[in-house]
Design a binder for this molecule. Structure first.
Ligand code: NAD
Length: 375
């Protein structure tokens, strides 16, 4: 089994392997070739990969006869020449937005596996790239907010007077939101948080933050299907808007993380609500790529509206390249090793396995995933 680790395209700082996972793949009996410079932006040198047992190679050399190709983001299919027919391509392949590339993988005979479509089942928890990256993004969102905020987070009592603590409101308490709450608490802020799933109330309290919930209309009981939220009724949205209006004017920092799979991000803060916030307040919108939770969010930009800075954050995990790579690389290892067949010395992916069915996009020259329209 030959594994190729590719250098990512410009703009992607993460790497799909770290020396630790290289060693573990070799211990399973695989050979690992790492494209030179693959770890440079994630603070992993060529020499470290080599010391872990990998062979350093050009892209063409790494791909030559590769049985599995590990990536963070999906490469252009034309850059994968030389890989074996049936080679696995494992990474965050963004299937819905990169349909042409997925067709290209099929045409090249590559078996593409989209790690972001990993089902939310207990067995797959350690293979979940979305959680590992969202956790880091939630942390970094608070750091970005603190950096843009012209005041301090903790309360400080000094001889020159008292600095009051920042009030932080987290909207959407999934993986990113929970880490944002924990980070803001560690920095000494007064933290409140909201979600549509009732199961998050206790989680918010356990982190020492205050839950702010719509009480008059029922939200989603427990976790929601597959752990995910759905679009809420008009009645709920109206009640939520009123609740937010009453709360937001008193907040200094808002971190929004609300997402609904396969749908645009729900709009949680209107321009009129923004106008009620104190000048100098900061919003970090982690849903920016999905259209944003805040009216006026622009992905990858900072905009000022009514004296409030709105940071349209997309893919903040990328800015923590070393940690993000380590977690990402381990999820890939956890996935491939879970399916490893010792006798054959390679992973075997059964057609009827729940995980395989969810993440396999292409096989035998065809697109085979139901979510991409395959029968
Ligand atoms: P997500 O990124 O899809 O959404 C972020 C949060 O936004 C969610 O908590 C969601 O309920 C909330 N949200 C959606 N619409 C909203 C609205 N209108 N107002 C306020 N909040 C809104 O979610 P996520 O972070 O990926 O995780 C959601 C849940 O799934 C968590 O409970 C998590 O523990 C669970 N999970 C389970 C597994 C597993 O079992 N393998 C893996 C990952 C996550």
């Amino acid at each position: 089994m030959k594994i190729a680790v590719l250098k990512e395209a410009a703009g992607e700082s993460r790497c799909a392997a770290i020396p630790e996972t290289v060693k573990k793949f070799i211990a399973l009996g695989a050979e690992v070739a790492v494209e030179r410079g693959a770890g440079a932006d994630a603070s992993v040198g060529n020499d470290e990969f080599e010391a872990a047992g990998a062979r350093l190679a050009s892209r063409a050399e790494a791909l030559n006869d590769a049985d599995a190709i590990l990536v963070v983001t999906g490469p252009d299919p034309t850059t994968l020449k030389g890989a074996e027919k049936g080679a696995l391509l494992v990474g965050a392949l963004d299937p819905l937005r990169r349909r042409d590339a997925i067709d290209g993988y099929a045409a090249a005979g590559i078996e593409a596996l989209a790690m972001e479509w990993m089902p939310r089942i207990t067995r797959a928890q350690s293979m979940d790239i979305l959680s590992s990256q969202s956790n880091l993004a939630g942390y970094k969102a608070v750091i970005e907010a603190a950096d843009a905020y012209g005041r301090a987070f903790p309360m400080m009592m000094t001889a020159a007077g008292t600095v009051s603590p920042a009030k932080v409101f987290v909207m959407g308490v999934g993986v990113a939101g929970l880490q944002a709450i924990a980070t803001a608490k560690r920095l000494g802020a007064q933290v409140s948080a909201t979600d549509v799933r009732s199961a998050t109330r206790e989680q918010i309290q356990s982190l020492g933050a205050k839950p702010i919930f719509v009480e008059q209309v029922a939200g989603i009981e427990g976790e929601g299907a597959g752990g995910y939220a759905t679009e809420m009724s008009e009645e709920y949205q109206k009640a939520q808007a009123e609740l937010v209006s009453g709360h937001i004017a008193k907040q200094d920092i808002v971190i929004t993380t609300a997402l609904i799979p396969g749908r645009p991000a729900p709009r949680l803060i209107s321009d009129a609500q923004l106008a009620t916030m104190r000048p100098g307040s900061v919003i970090v919108d982690l849903a920016a790529e999905a259209g944003g939770n805040v009216e006026g969010t622009v992905a990858d930009e900072r905009v000022a509206k009514h004296g409030v800075t709105i940071i349209g954050a997309s893919n903040l995990a990328r800015t923590l390249a070393a940690d993000a790579s380590a977690l990402f690389a381990r999820t890939l290892y956890n996935f491939l090793s879970a399916f490893w067949d010792k006798e054959q010395g390679r992973p075997v992916l059964p057609d009827d396995d729940e995980i395989v069915k969810a993440i396999r996009l292409t096989q035998g020259g065809k697109v085979v995933n139901e979510r991409l329209g395959a029968a």
